[in-house]
Write a protein that binds this ligand. Sequence first.
Ligand SMILES: [Zn+2]
Length: 198
Amino acid sequence: MEGKYFVKEHTLPIVKHEHVIFEFEDGLDLRYADVRKFGRMCLVEKKKIEEYEPIHKQGIEPIDDNLSGEYIYEHFKNKKIPIKSLLLDQTIIAGLGNIYADEVAYQAGVNPLKLGENISLVECKRIKDAAKDIIERAIEYGGTTIRSYTSSLGVTGSYQNYLKVHTKEGEKCLNCGTIIKKERVGGRSTYYCPKCQK
Ligand SMILES: [Zn+2]
C-alpha cells in the first residue's frame, strides 16, 4: 500500500522513509520510499524469478489477453468469500487495488458483498471486461491520486476525477440516482450502488 519509487540525483540527501536505494552509473538513484513499511523486497537470482513464490503465485493481469470470464468464474465459484475480497486476491487477478476493485464491481453491475459461490459466468465476463477497461483508462490518465500517492517524478495522476463509486458515499449513483453505500468488506472500505449491483 503506497510504497513509492523516486528517481533522484545520487548527490541528493537521503530523506526519511527511503529504505532501498539502487545506484546507477549515470549518477541517478532509484529510491524506494515506504512510510508504512508494507512493501517487501527480495534479492533473487534472475533465472529463478519465475519460480519465486510471490511471482509464481501471481494471478493474471487485467490487460493480459489470458484473463477470461471463464478463468474468473473457475476461481470465484466455489469460494465463500465476498467478491470484493476475491477481486483483491492478487493470486487470481493481479493488479486490482481497493479503488479499482470497487470501480470494476460497479461497472460490471456485481454486488461486492455477494459471495463468490453465488456469481454467474455472465457476471464474470462483465468483471473481465470492466477490469480491462478501467485499468487501461487509469493507465492512460496516469493513475489515481488520492491522499499521498505520487508517481516517481512527483507527478499526480487524474483518474480520481473519473471514479464513479469509490469515495462517493452519500452521493447519487450516476446510473440510477440511488444513494451510494459504504461498507467494510474484509477490512477494506467498499463503495457500491445497492440498486445497480445485485
Ligand atoms: Zn445505481
